[in-house]
Design a protein around this ligand. Structure first.
Ligand SMILES: *[C@@H]1O[C@H](CO)[C@@H](O)[C@H](O)[C@H]1NC(C)=O
Ligand SMILES: *[C@@H]1O[C@H](CO)[C@@H](O)[C@H](O)[C@H]1NC(C)=O
Ligand SMILES: *[C@@H]1O[C@H](CO)[C@@H](O)[C@H](O)[C@H]1NC(C)=O
Ligand SMILES: *[C@@H]1O[C@H](CO)[C@@H](O)[C@H](O)[C@H]1NC(C)=O
Ligand SMILES: *[C@@H]1O[C@H](CO)[C@@H](O)[C@H](O)[C@H]1NC(C)=O
Ligand SMILES: *[C@@H]1O[C@H](CO)[C@@H](O)[C@H](O)[C@H]1NC(C)=O
Ligand SMILES: *[C@@H]1O[C@H](CO)[C@@H](O)[C@H](O)[C@H]1NC(C)=O
Ligand SMILES: *[C@@H]1O[C@H](CO)[C@@H](O)[C@H](O)[C@H]1NC(C)=O
Ligand SMILES: *[C@@H]1O[C@H](CO)[C@@H](O)[C@H](O)[C@H]1NC(C)=O
Ligand SMILES: *[C@@H]1O[C@H](CO)[C@@H](O)[C@H](O)[C@H]1NC(C)=O
Length: 668
């Protein structure tokens, strides 16, 4: 229709332009026409007139207005389920929403046979969205939500393109919690999901449903279960017991039973516990009354009374006759351990008069302790000086012994000339230390001074000591007992000893002036010692007595050929070694060393002499034999190695060895 109209308009336009060109010189009516008007020859032929174009109404010059063809109604002009669209100078038809034209064109003009038919929108999959349910209607469709879904942002039914509404799956969220119950399982959180519950520990099912379901309203329905707490109630009561219980009656709570005062546990368990089924476990504690039995006995005491033998009973005691209370408690109590405690009393007996100890006196005393002291002139080294009265009423006597005070050293004597012995006064096995100091003097030797010291430790009651004292000496000896600080002194003298003969060289000489040799050792007795040289002419029976104190000199010979001293040599005047020439005519020690006679044989004897006071000690040795060549008789072979003996000639040298000797001695 548009294009037809356009063609008409185009034809009028071309005509007008042509008209204006033709009638250009005259008053052009056509030029005054409204654009939407056409210039046409009047029917009456009186010129031209402007007529409004088809679809327009007006005067053709000043106005040409559109004519609305749809005014009469779409149903009447375009048909059922249509819409009429007026255009400038024309109109057209379209199908209403929800309908589609039968010719499948978007627009149509009436009476061309086109109808508007209903569209089934539900044929489009998912048109209502997830969970939606489509319902087709004349010219439109509706959406509802499927089971398990719920409309959102609007109400049902809804139109997905017009409304904001949509279907959403029902989700109840997490299942609810139930009082004193725990969730056991859940199939999910969506519509229709089921959660099951059970009572918590310590609770039991009382009533109600134990499951919950996610309903259409997005809320869980249930559970309605009622869980009640399990309670054991009050704990059991046991005889003679007390309880340690915090008052809790819940399962797991415990009660501790104990025996009441005065009772002791005989046997059984002492704990009861509240169990899950609401009962207390059985406690088997058995308590029995404490009984201490008969009260104890106390030393030297008697029981006076007792209130019984059970716990807390008291028994009292008193000291027996003859005893007195010294210390401690005089009662006893039956204690929790089923034993009597006490009594601690100590009863003491009076001991009477203090014990008498020999040589002692009592210095201090009370009823139980006595001090003893030795009498004047007595002393004690050891032992307890107290006597104690013990609880049995007997004296434990002092152990001290008092002995007469004696000097620590007494009865000091010399024996065997050089040894000392004395009596020691000391305590038993004690060791006493002694200092022995001694000084020796000699009247015959001013310079002599033998001062020495010796120490001795001895436990003996009769100590002895031998000292290396020198002979012929006056000694002053002091012995000091060091711990006793006691000194005893004595003087003694030592005797003269047999002097030592010098070393000689025995010789047989044939010479008129034989020289003889000797060697000796220096001795402290030299001042009182000398050598005597005897000359013995060999004639007849020869007798020499070494022990004879006689000192015959050459001139006093009784017989013309008797023996004589030819020299006396003081040892203080000679050295260690000396030679003596016989017959040199000199005097030695007042004795004439007379020349030897020719034609004679001699024995020469040396006598060593020590002499002091009345004592006279000597020893002899044969020094030489002097021989005359003319002398025939041989006797020398009878002497052997310088040793001295007694032989046929009867030489007697101080000691008798044979019957002969005795004989000669008796005869002389
Ligand atoms: C003439 O009609 C056309 C449509 O056919 C319109 O667009 C135009 O405005 C009209 N002219 C006037 C001056 O009314
Ligand atoms: C739920 O309760 C029923 C009785 O109402 C019972 O038979 C079932 O065992 C219970 N289930 C659970 C899990 O407690
Ligand atoms: C009582 O003692 C039990 C254990 O025996 C304990 O579990 C409970 O909490 C206690 N209750 C109180 C009130 O102290
Ligand atoms: C708990 O006590 C009750 C009541 O005394 C009794 O009936 C039940 O048997 C007891 N349960 C057990 C497990 O002892
Ligand atoms: C028990 O001892 C107390 C002092 O501790 C004394 O006073 C009381 O007399 C004594 N009783 C007997 C019965 O000895
Ligand atoms: C007796 O004396 C001793 C020693 O001095 C002392 O320990 C004790 O207590 C005294 N006894 C009495 C009953 O005075
Ligand atoms: C008893 O002996 C002790 C030492 O053992 C001494 O100290 C005390 O003086 C002595 N008592 C008397 C009275 O002699
Ligand atoms: C010892 O002393 C006495 C008396 O004083 C005296 O006669 C004697 O000669 C002395 N003896 C010695 C060897 O000194
Ligand atoms: C010397 O000792 C002797 C006995 O050995 C004795 O007879 C003499 O009196 C003593 N002389 C002196 C001075 O002690
Ligand atoms: C003793 O005589 C010998 C030999 O003639 C000699 O060697 C010695 O020195 C003499 N001794 C003395 C003390 O004269």
């Amino acid at each position: 229709m548009y294009w037809r109209t356009a063609l008409v308009i185009l034809a009028f336009l071309t005509l007008a332009i042509t008209e204006m060109r033709v009638t250009g010189q005259t008053l052009d009516v056509c030029a005054t026409c409204h654009p939407n008007a056409t210039c046409e020859e009047k029917v009456d032929g009186t010129g031209k007139a402007c007529n409004c174009m088809y679809g327009f109404v007006g005067n053709g010059r000043t106005y040409c207005q559109d004519k609305n063809e749809c005014q009469i109604g779409a149903n009447k002009i375009c048909g059922q389920h249509t819409a009429c669209h007026n255009t400038y100078g024309s109109y057209y038809c379209t199908c209403l929403a929800g309908y589609s034209p039968s010719n499948n064109m978007a627009i149509f003009i009436p009476n061309d046979g086109t109808r508007c038919q209903d569209i089934n929108e539900c044929r489009v999959q998912g048109i209502c969205g997830e969970g939606g349910k489509c319902t087709n209607m004349q010219g439109y469709f509706n959406c509802l939500c499927q089971v398990g879904y719920q409309v959102h942002n609007g109400a049902e039914p809804f139109h997905p393109h017009q409304d904001k509404a949509l279907c959403k799956a029902i989700d109840c969220g997490q299942p609810p919690s139930a009082l004193n119950a725990v969730q056991l399982s859940a199939t999910g959180t969506r519509y229709g999901s089921v959660a099951t519950f059970g009572c918590s520990e310590g609770f039991f099912w009382k009533s109600g449903e134990n499951s919950s379901v996610c309903g259409a309203e997005s809320v869980w329905k249930g559970p309605s279960l009622v869980c009640e707490e399990i309670m054991c109630g009050g704990p059991p009561i046991l005889p003679h017991t007390g309880q340690v219980w915090n008052g809790s009656t819940n399962p797991g709570s415990t009660v501790l039973f104990y025996c009441k005062e005065g009772f002791h546990r005989e046997r059984g368990g002492d704990i009861s516990q509240c169990t899950k089924d609401g009962n207390w476990t059985k406690a088997t504690l058995l308590c029995k009354a404490i009984d201490c039995g008969q009260p104890p006995s106390a030393l030297n005491a008697v029981q006076l009374s007792a209130t019984g033998t059970r716990y807390g009973s008291v028994a009292t005691f008193g000291c027996s006759e003859g005893f007195f209370w010294k210390s401690g408690e005089n009662s006893s109590v039956c204690g929790a351990e089923s034993v009597w405690k006490g009594p601690s009393l100590v009863c003491e007996a009076t001991c009477g008069p203090a014990p008498a100890l020999v040589n002692t006196e009592v210095v201090l005393q009370n009823t139980s302790v006595v001090f003893h002291r030795c009498l004047e002139g007595f002393h004690s080294w050891r032992g307890r000086n107290t006597s104690v009265c013990d609880i049995t009423g007997k004296w434990q006597a002092a152990t001290m012994r008092c002995r007469e005070i004696k000097p620590a050293i007494s009865d000091l004597v010399v024996f065997n000339e050089k040894c000392l012995r004395w009596k020691a006064d000391k305590y038993e096995e004690d060791t006493e230390n002694y200092r022995i100091a001694f000084v020796g003097f000699r009247a015959y030797q001013r310079s002599f001074h033998d001062k020495r010291k010796k120490l001795l430790s001895s436990t003996s009651d009769h100590p002895e000591i031998c000292l290396n004292l020198l002979p012929v000496t006056n000694y002053t000896i002091s012995i000091t007992a060091l711990s006793a600080r006691f000194t005893s002194t004595l003087t003694t003298n030592t005797s003269l000893q047999v002097p030592q003969a010098p070393e000689i060289l025995y010789r047989e000489i044939e010479a008129p002036f034989p020289t003889l040799w000797l060697r000796r050792s220096v001795n402290t007795l030299d001042p009182i010692s000398f050598y005597q040289v005897f000359v013995l002419p060999l004639e007849g029976t020869l007798v020499f007595d070494c022990s004879s104190p006689k000192t015959p000199d050459f001139s006093s010979q009784r017989k013309p050929h008797g023996q004589y001293i030819t020299a006396q040599l003081h040892l203080r005047d000679i050295g260690k070694e000396m030679n003596l020439t016989l017959g040199d005519g000199h005097y030695y020690g007042g004795f004439y060393n007379a020349p030897l006679q020719n034609g004679r044989d001699y024995y020469v004897i040396l006598r060593a002499v020590s002499q002091w006071g009345g004592a006279f000690k000597h020893s002899c040795v044969i020094w030489a034999k002097v021989r005359d060549i003319s002398y025939i008789m041989k006797v020398s072979s009878l002497f052997a190695g310088g040793s001295i003996g007694v032989f046929a000639l009867g030489i007697f040298l101080g000691h008798c060895y044979t019957w002969f000797c005795k004989k000669t001695r008796q005869s002389s």
